[in-house]
Design a protein around this ligand. Sequence first.
Ligand code: GDP
Length: 442
Amino acid sequence: MAFEGLAEKLQNTFKKLKRKGKISEKDLKEALREVKLALLEADVNYKVVKDFIANIKERSLGKEVMESLTPGQQVIKIVKEEMTELMGGTESKIEFTSKPPTILMLVGLQGAGKTTTAGKLGGVLSKQGKNPLLVACDIYRPAAIEQLQVVGDSLGIPVFTMKTHKSPIDIAKAGVEYAKQNHKDLVIIDTAGRLHIDEDLMDELKNIKNSVFPTEILLVVDAMTGQDAVTVSESFNKQLGIDGIILTKLDGDTRGGAALSVRAVTGKPIKYVGMGEKLTDLEVFHPDRMASRILGMGDVLSLIEKAQENFDEKKAIELEKKLRSQQFTFEDFLEQLQQVKNMGPLSDVLGMLPGINSKKLKGIELDDRQLIQSEAIINSMTKEERRDPSLINASRRKRIALGSGTKVQDVNKLIKSFEQTKKMMKQLSSIEKGNKKGRFKF
Ligand code: GDP
């Protein structure tokens, strides 16, 4: 899960800080030292860490924080604000031109995820009403053209290609022309990458830039490469000039160094993040929500958005009612299992809830086989049992196992994960209630 290591360390530091009624300057220094170490271990740029800590220290040492009733909470609030600022403050949208087509030129090193991201971006923007065309300009790797065609086909987005017969500059120009003639209001150009930045690559990209005048040049970088991603971003920005960054593979980035430093180092915003290999795994980058996730405050807004994308509205309203009234049954559970599966790995989804330790979620990963088994187990329960799992004693468990062709341990496991889910739902609704009562809110 993204930021797992960093999140855990920061949350431990803040737990200690929150417990204290009053904090001394020494407590604050110790906490900030831990924050600094955690950030450095997460591969955040050294200078970025230094400035970040200095800002927090300056703001925290003031009277209104140190002498407040909840100094620990105040410091955490400051950390959250500074972290949000570090990642760009607010979300940064793609600027569409008033004279279509908008041309987005995707650049980056080989393997960063350009081709996949070109498709993902086309998919996301066509859901917003755009009519995109993908243009295949990576003529050095014929497989890249095919890959883009496969991606385009599966999304129902047309792909413009001239195979390897023309130069990337000619293909880009012809692609834009084709878009104009075929009423496409968005062109996404997939350019060639290299293993390292070299002069030839930069010259080619500059030439494409000077021939089609892209509305935005978006650099695709792999989050898992940490500081290398930051160095690559700096080079591309200096040599070519970029308008924004798409950070891929954040789903596998347990450290988070690139996400936290790249904006401060380059001055360019992260616009989207890749959260998985599926073509729907691209999210708008929200600095405040990301800071919330890192600091263990959850990201309920993203969770709700994900749910809205995957659930139909009527079902979502029903679910909300059930969640609030705690009338969540095994039948709902089964339905949710299937829908949650569409939302991505369960540990990532539940990790968006405040106070959820993603490490503890490791045991409840779901696969299709498990889903089929769970369905069989639930089908072997009586209606009463589904509504009130507390009825399911040892002999009933045996009967259910027999009926579903599973083992008693499997039945136990399912009931346990049902109870865990219910507990999490309860946590969520009590947090909401707490906020409504005007308790501390971030
Ligand atoms: P390109 O050489 O820059 O065009 O890179 P590709 O689009 O071919 O992607 C390289 C690999 O990274 C492929 O296996 C993709 O499935 C994978 N990939 C791309 N984006 C993501 C992401 O956000 N998360 C994960 N886990 N994998 C990704």
